[in-house]
Write a protein that binds this ligand. Structure first.
Ligand code: PLP
Length: 374
């Protein structure tokens, strides 16, 4: 019996055809027809007024931080429990990441602890919707309005999740997606920035095209293109866009398959969890992206034991982020606000189960049985 992988990228037959179509043309660099098509799908799916594909979610975060006007010396508030890219994008702009604790119930930043982290240097709040479970955006929005802060949404996990406050990634000033192959929809490596303000279009295009106004040139709005501001090479090639376009076309199929696995875990583990002191992920209002299925074991020792035992049986369960406030770079570049009691606890007791589109009933049964006997 082979191992059950933690994550497997979704495949669609259209990807190969799209890539062959790109290679058959002389337009393999970015901003061709597949970039346009994938961008249109993304806008349609999210309702974002503007979307630009990028080379990664990390690069999209670098753009987002600069687009909201973060400058050297500023501070940006973010959860400690997130991926390093959220912090490194802030550091890349010369600013300081300020880490805030999380909620145990959702895995998201503790919205009620953000205010205590605000200083006169704070420029923005960067939230991350963990597993596509929405952050309390109403509280974040009120704080942002009161203190005149910008809001960045790291929505790497929550593509297309709809909430009463709007579609995730389009509620704050700038949102980002990741299309890394561990995400629900992928193109190997890729990402996107989403925003609603027309005035950000030009700076975003310049930033993505090596600091030049090449996008305007391609639209015939200037007769030659030149270096106009800071930028980098954040535009993905048509090969990536071709894969992404096929994946986005399969979005509903991917999500239905992932939800089937997620729902099966919930159903098959509920009684066992209740009698074994285990907390299963329980998204408020049932809103999430079926990106992760996590549970909290009663103690860190028990988590490590269960993890080791599942892995020995060939089931690749895993933990998640090492909190940024305790990481070497977090300590060198960042500042911690308040206590990190929930973050340290969650990170030490959390376990994630394999979850991908295409897992069979037998795979799910094996994961569940292995977990129960571990
Ligand atoms: C929450 C979050 N944000 C950003 C990223 C970075 O995205 P990418 O790998 O596309 O650079 C990741 C990880 O992939 C992530 O989990």
């Amino acid at each position: 019996m082979g191992p059950i992988l933690f994550s497997r990228p979704f495949h669609s037959p259209a990807e190969i055809q799209n890539v062959a179509d790109v290679l058959a043309t002389d337009h393999v660099h970015g901003d061709g027809p597949f970039t346009a098509s994938a961008t249109a799908r993304l806008k349609q799916m999210t309702g974002a007024a503007h979307a630009l594909l990028t080379t990664s979610g990390t690069h999209a975060l670098e753009m987002a931080v600069r687009l909201v006007g973060v400058k050297p010396g500023d501070e940006v508030i973010l959860p400690s429990f997130t991926f390093s890219s959220g912090a490194t994008a802030i550091v890349a702009a010369g600013a300081t990441p300020v880490f805030v604790d999380m909620e145990l119930a959702t895995g998201n930043i503790a919205a009620d602890q953000i205010e205590a982290a605000i200083t006169d240097r704070t420029r923005a709040i960067e939230v991350m919707h963990y597993g596509g479970v929405p952050v309390d955006m109403s509280s974040v929005g009120k704080l942002a309005a009161r203190y005149q802060l910008r809001v960045i949404e790291d929505n790497a996990h929550g593509l297309g999740v709809t909430t009463p406050a709007g579609v995730l990634g389009t509620i704050g000033d700038v949102g980002i997606q990741s299309f890394h192959d561990t995400k629900n929809v992928h193109c190997g490596e890729g990402g996107a920035v989403l925003f609603g303000t027309d005035a950000l279009t030009e700076p975003a295009e310049v930033m993505r095209e090596k600091g030049t106004n090449r996008s305007k040139f391609l639209r015939g709005q200037v007769d030659k293109y030149t270096w106009v501001d800071w930028g980098s090479s954040y535009l993905p090639s048509e090969l990536n866009a071709a894969v992404l376009d096929a994946q986005l076309a399969s979005f509903d199929t991917i999500q239905a398959a992932r939800f089937e696995v997620w729902n099966a875990y919930r159903e098959q583990l509920a009684d066992w969890a209740a009698t074994n002191g285990v907390t299963l992920m329980e998204p408020p209002g049932g809103v999430h992206a079926a990106h992760v299925f996590w549970l909290l074991l009663p103690t860190p020792e028990r988590r490590d034991e269960v993890l080791a035992s599942m892995r020995a049986e060939g089931v690749q369960a895993t933990f998640h982020y090492v909190p940024l406030h305790s990481s070497p770079a977090g300590q060198a570049f960042g500042r911690t606000s308040g206590t990190m009691v929930n973050t340290d606890d969650f990170a030490a007791r959390q376990l994630r189960l394999p979850l991908w589109a295409g897992m069979s009933e037998a795979d799910i049964a094996r994961v569940v049985a292995t977990l129960k006997k571990s």
